[in-house]
Write a protein of this length. Structure first.
Length: 432
């Protein structure tokens, strides 16, 4: 039952499929706890990915990974809030992350840089990372997933690696979810996105300088993200049926809808195109199962919600951080696997559902900002302990949740039940 990989032989504690933010965070924090972790990603990093704007929730796992100073040093632009042309409000309105309390800013990034930084950190902390390694499918024994089959670019044949647990962090490819879980598509959020980059863009004035701009149009909305210097990432999101019924291509739709914007058009008045157009299906979904015998899902591989509030990377890394702590305990106490993963799955779904419910409500642009604040309060703070605006900012910062925080799950009662209480911080005591 052993695997050989470039001279490394033996089984792993954990195999992670995909080295994006979810997989790399989970792998890094498990390796830091002394576990033998193999990460397989089909791409060579740095690789392009859409999703440049972050929210404060991401700073919790980035701090844990020791990456905040590196993000600053890399020159990622600090993001303090957002400017919205949205709803039945007469003027653009703003939100500032400071209103939400604890973490007042996040960053705009180039994802190739951010994702490489997290994956490199996983390597530094001891994870074994193989790039250009495409996972073809799971290895099963007696109904349990015990490893994966994968092919490495440039090498003949398919290899096999085995582990106590396989984590699927393969994003929308859903390598294991596709096989073991049904998917529920969110009918209201069956969207499509088209985006490109512009140079020489103007910035929003004053305190709004580094805000993300979100501007609604008749059938969709635009994002405008100041990535660095004069460069903006600009994307248009509309319903799939609107796009398919239109006689315009997505690129033409982008151009004609851009003409109908006010604020965004103004920022782009002297802009020059800096890249071609890219498109993606942008359908929100949830897997019906987040885990099974020997496997568990994290990040987009588990669930995906429309990028209206730039929540994807925060969700992926918060869930990855949470999962790393849970898997650490499972590896020391294998008897708790099913119950522990149930608990992870419930907390993750609750956290995700709150954001999804809010995004669905926010898509109704006939309302005023007071309505959106109240909606956030109903979801987040039904006892109205905070001002509704504070609840709104907390929610879109990724810093709230019914579960009392996705990242703060206790399993102590489960471990006590198996009579095997151990200190999570001390891997040497684990004997694995
Ligand atoms: C249009 C659009 C705009 C977005 N904007 C934002 C935004 O502004 N901010 C934000 O936070 N989020 C945004 N997102 C969402 C965000 O990009 C994702 O939520 C985030 O990348 C999820 O991270 P992940 O690690 O789960 O998946 P990914 O980042 O997709 O990583 C998955 C990895 O798995 C690898 N992989 C796939 N299949 C295999 C295989 N068979 N074998 C081995 N490896 C495999 C891939 O190569 C990839 O590196 C946006 C999404 C879309 C569609």
């Amino acid at each position: 039952m052993s695997s050989t990989l470039f001279g490394f032989s033996g089984d792993f504690d954990v195999i992670v499929i995909g080295g994006g933010p979810a997989g790399a965070t989970t792998a890094a924090l498990l390796a830091e706890r002394g576990h033998r972790v193999l990460v397989l990603d089909r791409e060579r990093f740095p690789r392009y990915h859409i999703g440049e704007s972050l929210i404060p929730g991401v700073m919790v796992p980035m701090e844990e990974l020791g990456l905040v100073e590196r993000m600053e040093a890399k020159g990622f632009e600090r993001k303090y809030g957002g400017t919205l042309v949205w709803g039945n409000n007469e003027v653009p309105w703003n939100f500032s992350f400071t209103t939400g309390g604890r973490i007042p800013y996040a960053f705009h990034t180039r994802r190739a840089d951010l994702d490489t930084m997290i994956l490199d950190r996983a390597r530094e902390l001891g994870a074994f990372v193989v790039e250009e390694a495409t996972v073809k499918g799971p290895v099963e024994e007696n109904g349990r997933v015990v490893g994966v089959r994968y092919a490495v670019g440039g090498l003949d044949g398919v290899q096999e690696a085995r582990a106590s647990l396989v984590i699927d962090a393969s994003g929308q490819a859903r390598v294991l979810g596709r096989k073991y879980s049904e998917i529920t598509w969110n009918e209201q959020l069956r969207n499509v996105a088209v985006w490109t980059y512009f140079d020489n863009c103007h910035r929003l004035p004053g305190d709004e300088w580094s805000n993300i701009l979100i501007e609604g149009t008749r059938d969709g909305w635009f994002w405008g993200i100041p990535i660095d210097k004069g460069v903006f990432s600009v994307g248009y999101v509309t319903r799939s049926d609107v796009a398919s019924k239109s006689d315009q291509s997505l690129k033409e739709l982008f151009a004609s809808e851009l003409e109908t914007t006010s604020k965004l058009k103004d920022l782009l008045r002297d802009a020059t195109p800096a890249a071609g157009y890219r498109t993606a299906r942008d359908w929100s979904y949830t897997n019906d199962r987040f885990h099974g015998d020997g496997w568990v899902l994290v990040g987009d591989a588990a669930a995906f919600v429309d990028p209206l509030f730039s929540t994807g990377v925060a969700l992926a890394t918060l869930a990855g951080s949470t999962l790393s702590k849970i898997v650490d305990k499972i590896l020391r106490n294998p008897q708790i696997e099913e119950k522990a993963l149930d608990r992870y799955s419930t907390a993750y779904r609750n956290f995700f559902d709150d954001i999804r419910t809010f995004v669905e409500g926010f898509y109704d642009r006939s309302k005023t900002k007071g309505f959106y604040f109240d909606l956030a309060q109903q979801i987040n703070d039904p006892d109205k302990k905070n001002d509704a605006q504070v609840d709104f900012v907390k929610l879109i910062s990724g810093l709230s949740g019914r579960a009392g925080g996705l990242f703060d799950l206790s399993l102590d009662d489960l471990i006590e039940n198996v009579g095997d209480v151990e200190d999570v911080k001390d891997p040497s005591a684990a004997g694995n």
